[in-house]
Design a protein around this ligand. Structure first.
Ligand SMILES: C[S@@+](CC[C@H](N)C(=O)[O-])C[C@H]1O[C@@H](n2cnc3c(N)ncnc32)[C@H](O)[C@@H]1O
Length: 375
């Protein structure tokens, strides 16, 4: 099944919603902020050098989802544009912001928060803001979303590790034997062919992403991408796959209790891939339209160090916090395969397993951030 049909962050603002369980992704946005700011500042300078200060700046956030992070990125970027222009005594530009995600994304949640967003933006900038036009753009970022040469700045955070589809090649022979039994993603015990199938799918998807953006962006335009990845070229290292390994363990326990059929676990493979820097670089260089300005990898705790307890998060264990973070992202996908009836039991057990694991291990996620300029 196409990912566009099954991947959707938990909607609304309820207990298990993405909006209330995205502190990990918010930490990733804030850890990448320095690189994003640098790219936006360079963009303004390019604008000024072109004597182009009266034109419109077009920005796209790809895989924006719906929650506080969606508009956090937009307000950070707008604040930066306004303060930089004021410092340089340029007129404030008109800014067009496109928020993209898959068709099933909760765009209404975002639109509902726009009036408050505008009010805050005006206050934060002492009443001095330029015209800003925000719209939603549903569709997959693995193809064209915008007209040719129409974008100045593209951003995407915590989204590009989702593949367009489950890789082909996970079934073997005429009898279509399952190659990755008992696992949901690449694991240290997965056959080589599974690792290769995932790697191939990532490269093909990522190339399509870069190719589409190269057509949509103006020369001198900037792009900042941040995604889950790994440090080693070995795709079975814990930083890139152990959270899936533990989720498979939780499902296996449920199977032993008769709550899940084992063959359901064997037939599920996550449309996800955490690449290493070399894989990302290779596709960018192969496509050839962008120059890499910065490429960094940094570690993030599995729970993103949730520090607020607006959601009652402080009274939860780390394991439970991680379980909530993962649930908000993968629940709809797992529900469509395993059924909704097991979700509470699954994530409760997952939280316990993760808590136990993290009390003995220091595994963190690796996040990659790459900043480029369109040639
Ligand atoms: C974990 S959320 C990240 C959301 C937000 N950028 C943040 O940092 O909180 C990943 C988002 O990527 C979106 N996504 C995944 N594949 C996509 C695709 N092919 N095209 C557009 N959006 C996609 C998902 O629907 C989801 O909303």
């Amino acid at each position: 099944m196409e990912v566009a049909q099954i991947l959707c962050m938990n909607k609304g603002g309820g207990e298990t919603s993405y909006a209330r369980n995205s502190s990990l992704q918010s930490k990733i946005i804030s850890d990448s902020k320095r690189i994003t700011e640098e790219a936006v500042e360079s963009l303004i300078i390019t604008f000024s050098n072109n004597n182009d200060t009266t034109s419109v700046i077009s920005i796209a956030d790809l895989g924006c989802s719906s929650g506080p992070n969606t508009l956090l990125l937009v307000s950070d970027t707008l604040n930066l544009i306004y303060s930089k222009c004021k410092r340089l005594t340029y007129p404030l530009p008109e800014v067009q912001v496109f928020l993209n995600d898959l068709f099933s994304n909760d765009f209404n949640y975002i639109f509902g928060s726009l009036p408050e967003f505008h009010r805050r933006l005006v206050v934060e900038n002492g009443g001095e803001v330029g015209p800003c036009f925000i719209s939603g753009v549903p569709g997959t970022f693995y193809g064209r979303l915008f007209p040719k040469k129409s974008l100045n700045f593209v951003h995407s955070s915590s989204s590009l590790h989702w593949l367009s589809t489950v890789p082909e090649g996970l079934l073997e022979g005429e009898e279509k034997r399952r190659m990755n039994k008992g696992k949901l993603y690449i694991s240290p015990t997965s056959p080589r062919s599974v690792l290769e199938a995932y790697g191939r799918q990532f490269k093909s998807d990522f190339w399509k992403f870069i190719k589409s953006r190269s057509e949509e962006m103006v020369s001198g335009g900037r792009m900042v991408l941040s995604l889950m990845g790994r440090k080693s070229i070995d795709p079975t290292t814990p930083d890139s796959c152990h959270h899936w390994e533990l989720l498979a363990q939780a499902l296996t326990t449920l199977a032993s209790q008769g709550l899940v059929e084992e063959n359901k676990i064997d037939s599920f493979n996550a449309p996800y891939y955490a690449p290493c820097m070399e894989e990302v670089k290779e596709e960018i260089e192969k496509e050839g339209s962008f120059m890499i300005e910065r490429f960094e990898a940094f570690e993030v705790e599995w729970d993103g160090f949730a520090s607020e307890d607006e959601n009652g998060l402080k009274i939860l264990t780390r394991g439970q916090r991680v379980a909530k973070t993962i649930r908000a992202v993968v629940e709809t996908m797992l529900e469509s395969h395993f059924g909704g009836h097991i979700m509470d039991a699954l994530f409760q057990h997952y939280g316990t397993i993760v808590q136990h694991y993290l009390s003995n291990n220091r595994t963190k996620y690796t996040n990659l951030v790459v900043s480029f300029v369109k040639k």
